[in-house]
Ligand binder design. Structure first.
Ligand code: PLP
Length: 383
């Protein structure tokens, strides 16, 4: 059986998610906007799913909009929040965002917005002093990633909200990688907008949510029917929404033993890799990280070559973000952290889940040692 260590790219849907979806593909196919009883039964189930997703972040159900995933939530949040403040043309983000934010703000810069990217230190931690310094009268929005998809580093969202609060600025949090791994509680954390995605927490792909705090205004990006409070028109993807609800409920307050056991496997993996492979360097080892993510740089090796050899031996991991694999450039996240390019070029992200076992970690360490020995020998023979 292959070993799947690419859970930050996508996770295995839970059996309960798959079972919950099935009737909505087979028999419960009415449109939830239809007024007949069949449609209203489906509407009721969609609203139950909204309650489940709201529960995951301690929101109110009416503050949850269903979307097609993290990317759409992010686009609606950022563009929608900017459009209600047309006089303000400045936004702040970090240098380590996912491409969903990064490419959107690059487009906004082409459209005339002034965008400032706040730097991080060598452990991937946001420079909060720089964030505060860069705030201006013209700042409309701060959008930051909560848990980094490549390194797992958790940003101090509370302090970002403090800074934004002092200046009356709207905050969007990309919580796609943090929900289900750390507590995300909007009753405690005064963000205005927060993006979620189901397939990162054992739900289906192609469905996400945008949390919109009460009284936060947004302009829709698309026009059509009256669904999702007029902010996200189009017939709802009911099967996926139902699956998201179940996955969200399963992810609420994960038992500390589950988180601890993933962390224990991850930490043991890193310790053993470092002991066995002198070329290995754990990235952001000293930062506060989500329990499942390990990014390890193998000095002077190429991530692509390593990934292919690992994949041939049944170990599935990623180089940086899945979306950027295929490119030989070291990831912008590792560059922003000022990681030595000799290490960044050979950086592999291993991301675990509740399904990862100790036996899989044992085997991964053995395979990794073998693959690195082989690659190092090939390099020595060529030089
Ligand atoms: N934000 C982060 C931090 C992510 O890791 C991802 C997916 O990798 C996204 C946003 C995009 O989410 P989706 O795949 O649901 O569009």
């Amino acid at each position: 059986m292959p070993i799947y260590l690419d859970n930050n790219a996508s996770t295995r849907p839970l059996d309960s998610v798959v079972e919950a979806i099935r009737p909505f593909l087979e028999t419960e196919y009415a449109n939830p906007s239809s007024l007949h009883r069949f449609g209203q039964q489906v509407r009721h189930k969609v609203e139950c799913a909204r309650e489940q997703v709201a529960g995951l972040i301690s929101a109110e159900p009416k503050e949850i909009l269903f979307t097609s995933g993290g990317t759409e939530s992010i686009n609606l949040a950022i563009r929608g929040a900017l459009a209600v403040q047309p006089a303000k043309r400045h936004l702040l983000t970090s240098a380590v965002e996912h491409s969903a934010v990064r490419r959107l703000v690059a487009q906004l810069a082409r459209e005339g917005y002034q965008v400032d990217e706040i730097g991080v230190d060598r452990e991937g931690r946001l420079n909060l002093a720089e964030l505060e310094e860069k705030v201006t009268e013209d700042t409309a929005l701060i959008s930051v990633i909560h848990a980094n998809n490549e390194t797992g580093v958790i940003l101090d969202a509370g302090r970002v909200c403090d800074i934004a609060g002092r200046h009356g600025i709207c905050v969007h949090l990309d919580a796609v990688q943090s929900t289900g791994k750390v507590t995300v509680d909007v009753a405690q954390l005064p963000v205005h907008l927060l993006s979620l995605s189901a397939h990162k927490l054992h739900g289906p792909k192609g469905v996400g949510a945008l949390y919109v705090r009460k009284r936060t205004r947004l302009v829709p990006m698309t026009y059509g029917g009256r669904q999702e409070r007029d902010l996200r028109p189009g017939t709802e993807n009911v099967p996926a929404i139902i699956g998201f609800g179940v996955a969200a409920e399963e992810a609420i307050d994960p038992p500390p033993e589950r988180i601890d056991s993933i962390r224990h496997l991850r930490d043991g993996f890193e310790a053993r890799v470092q002991a066995a492979i002198p070329l290995a360097q754990v990235i952001a080892a000293r930062a506060d990280r989500v329990c499942n993510t390990s990014n390890i740089g193998f000095e002077r090796l190429q991530a692509e070559a390593l990934l292919i050899l690992l994949s041939e031996r049944g170990v599935y991991a990623s180089a940086g973000a899945a979306c950027s694999s295929g490119s030989l450039e070291p990831s912008h996240v590792l560059q922003a952290m000022d990681i030595d390019p000799k290490i960044a070029h050979g950086a592999i992200r291993f991301s675990l889940s509740r399904f990862t076992t100790a036996a899989e970690i044992d085997r991964t360490v053995r395979v990794l040692v073998e693959v690195i020995e082989r690659l190092s020998a090939t390099m020595a023979a060529c030089s």
